[in-house]
Design a protein around this ligand. Sequence first.
Ligand code: GLU
Length: 417
Amino acid sequence: MSGDTKNPYDNACGQIKICAAQMDMEPGLYEILISHKMIHTVSLPIKKDNGEIEVFTGYRVQHNDARGPYKGGIRYHHEVSMDEVKSLAMGMTWKCALIDIPYGGAKGGIVCNTKEMSIGEKEHITRRYTTMISQFIGPYRDVPAPDMYTDAQTMAWMMDTYSVIQGYSVPEVVTGKPIGLGGSEGRAEATGRGAAIILRETAKILGMKLKGSTVVIQGFGNVGVNAAMTLYSMGCRIIGVSDSRGAIFDPDGLNPSKVFAHKLETGSVEGFQGSEKLTNEELLELECDFLVPAALGHQITMKNAGNIKAKVIVEGANNPTTTEADEILDNNGILLVPDILANSGGVMVSYLEWVQNINRQHWSLTEVNQQLEAKLVSSFRNVWDAKEEKGLNMRDTSLAIGVSRVAEAIKMLGLFP
Ligand code: GLU
């Protein structure tokens, strides 16, 4: 984990401070942008399968809703902290503004280890959490979605709990639902698929050949797997992947579908036939064209940034790189495509799901993927052109676009009272 001194929230504020200075923003506006409009901490007493009671802690942090209802995922992880959720909620605000969808930003989390919980315990904790935050969420208020260690089933329980409280079915209160409950075609794959599209656009603009290019992916959960599969289908050579247990390497290229089947069977990518075992640190430092961190935050820090040999980093995860590491990568000439652009495919298709739900429609996978493709390509080009014009790196450019759109919205709304 991070060797850097800052906590995730300070890291996020540091990024906005740089951005505000570049934009010559008035101090009061900067204060609004780094403040969270509402922060909810809830305690969740659960009767476990063994009959014992355990009290878990949950958060829902609503950062800013100047451009539309709060939007953002919910993660279940034993290391979830309030500071982390605050920084992730801010990230959602800039992400939604950057790709220009009518949402603000929020994030939620429960401090728990799903690997030690039964399906029944996960259902209890999800329903209790939803009940506790039910008055703060809603289709036009705050729309949760999956994140790390939550999935379509988690969203089904949230939708059901919320609907029971309202007294009628409200599918549009969450996105990332199972397709049979109003979920969108292509939503489950969207974040990884989106990261692959952004990587393809980066290769194109840099004049790098995608076919045969070498890719390393850290994390083999929803984002990593779908990015790997899409990139493999585009002709990339996936030379290394990892999960929380370990990493594997094959210079000739791995077939992600086969690695995934192996993970389903054994619980890990480790031991995949013909692959060499690596540590997580070694994986990040492999020589490759593209490195896609798609696991936890703060993986690329001042400790290892100097050893990264990838030409381009495409951030599939949220906050995988610290501010200190950003500077080192910049100085070493490594191009970094930031999270708020690279992983925005997930929330983009969440938006499409919400639009389908409120209009009582169901679109085909082709229709969804066409809209995802068009949005990501135009957002990428927009960032690239602005970067060329401003002479900033891609992170600062993306943040500048997102932050300035939110700042404009706040100014137009004015302050009440
Ligand atoms: N958790 C995803 C993210 O970090 C998706 C959020 C959403 O769809 O609302 O972007």
